[in-house]
Design a protein around this ligand. Structure first.
Ligand SMILES: *Cc1c(COP(=O)(O)O)cnc(C)c1O
Length: 403
């Protein structure tokens, strides 16, 4: 007798996430297995977190060794993994200081607090942040206030004051929204949850120039784009700019819960008593993350992402040419969306699932692909083959609405 975990979940768990009906029990590399022994190619990748694939031996070993040594203390004391990870991040980026969190939304909260503190200390009490429409910054109150999607916000108003949402890809909109009260601009380099929206050429550089002109901080939410996803260690490195701070999470732990915010010396304004965390930066999470970061650097995973991502892009473009249902494919590195001419996202997701490929339905009319970064070209081909059969099936079938 196998246990019906899905029925138990429906009974005991808060019903806030519409799950795909698969119960996963095991993973290896780019593949996962469900409780019925079925195998899938995992193009959801823990929502872009499992960058080294499942059960990467280096990560497993680092976690096992640290778990047997020291799992947790408190930030009242110094621990080596935390300092080593902070040093590695600083030495491989343009930032000078790091703070570790447990999630992406907390990393964004750290940037929001940094902006507020900066405004008080250096900008006459300015506190407003300009963020983009269609953005996603997380689920805590500060982060949903920053998020530019009303459906995440309306159930929870009143929001944190001080956020102005403007059109993505328009520096003019940022200029027009800038006032005496503005202290910072917060953007995703590529909007992930919003449907994989790539910035227009020159946009981020123009925003950087405007922020410099007006003395505004430019912060990037790299929770999804950081640590190799776009073919560079950090997403901003694709766009010839250096932001004043970034938020990281997802890929940073390769599946272990850890986030971080990194700031330049200019934005190094939080001081004793301003911020803290019980679990943030604990030895277990940091040892895991350090193993991930070292593997990413030693194996030059960003260069691999460029090659594998280029191959996947080619294959997806071919697919788009052959099937009228596919309206557009867009993305960078190993973060892609396939958009349909109608709301076929759920149909394609289910057809893929039946054939052994897990994808994410990012919009009613689009699926998102965010596989582990160790994806091989053969695995990319296998996935595109399944996606193609699924698109073909959806194209022939009668349209139906998403649940
Ligand atoms: C996933 C995500 C977040 C939130 O991260 P959590 O770990 O779920 O809190 C924030 N910003 C971006 C861009 C994300 O993709």
């Amino acid at each position: 007798m196998t246990t019906d975990w899905q029925a138990l979940e429906a009974k005991y768990y808060l019903q806030t996430v519409r799950r795909t009906p698969v119960t996963l029990v095991r993973g290896q590399g780019v593949r996962v297995w469900d409780d019925k022994g079925r195998q899938y190619l995992d193009f959801v990748g823990g929502w872009a977190a499992d960058i080294l694939g499942h059960c990467h031996p280096t990560l497993v070993k680092a976690i096992q060794e640290q778990a047997a040594t020291l799992i947790h203390t408190s930030n009242q004391f110094y621990t080596a993994p935390q300092v080593e990870l902070a040093q590695a991040l600083v030495q491989n980026s343009d930032f000078s200081r790091v703070f570790f969190t447990n999630s992406g939304t907390e990393a964004v909260e750290g940037l929001i607090k940094t902006a507020r503190r900066y405004g008080k200390a250096k900008k006459n009490g300015a506190y407003e942040m300009i963020t983009a429409q269609n953005s996603f910054h997380g689920r805590t109150m500060g982060s949903i206030s920053a998020t530019g999607q009303p459906h995440y916000q309306e159930p929870f108003t009143p929001l944190l004051p001080g956020f102005v949402h403007v059109e993505f890809n328009s520096v003019e909109a940022i200029m027009a929204a800038t006032t005496e009260k503005t202290v910072a601009v917060l953007l995703e380099p590529v909007q992930g949850e919003g449907g994989v929206i790539v910035p227009a050429p020159g946009y981020l550089a123009q925003v950087r120039r405007w922020c410099d002109e007006r003395g505004l901080l430019l912060f990037l939410d790299e929770v999804q784009t950081g640590i190799g996803r776009l073919g560079t260690l950090f997403g901003y490195q694709n766009f010839d700019i250096v932001p004043d701070g970034i938020a990281l999470a997802k890929g940073l732990g390769g599946g272990m819960p850890i986030g971080a915010f990194l700031v330049t010396e200019k934005a190094n304004v939080l001081t004793f008593g301003d911020h803290g965390s019980t679990f943030g930066g604990n030895p277990l999470a940091c040892a895991a993350s350090l193993a991930v970061l070292r593997t990413v650097l030693e194996q030059d995973i960003p260069a691999h992402v460029q090659r594998a991502g280029g191959h996947l892009r080619q294959r997806l473009l071919e697919l788009a040419r052959r099937y009228p249902l596919v309206q557009e494919v867009r993305g960078m590195g190993l973060l892609w969306a396939v958009q349909f001419t109608r709301e076929a996202g759920q149909q394609v997701l289910e057809a893929c699932m039946a054939r052994g490929l897990l994808v994410n339905r990012v919009r009613p009319n689009a699926v998102r692909l965010m596989p582990p970064l160790v994806l091989t070209e053969a695995e990319a081909d296998e996935a595109v083959g399944i996606l193609e059969a699924s698109v073909a099936e959806a194209e022939k079938s009668t349209p139906r609405n998403n649940p």
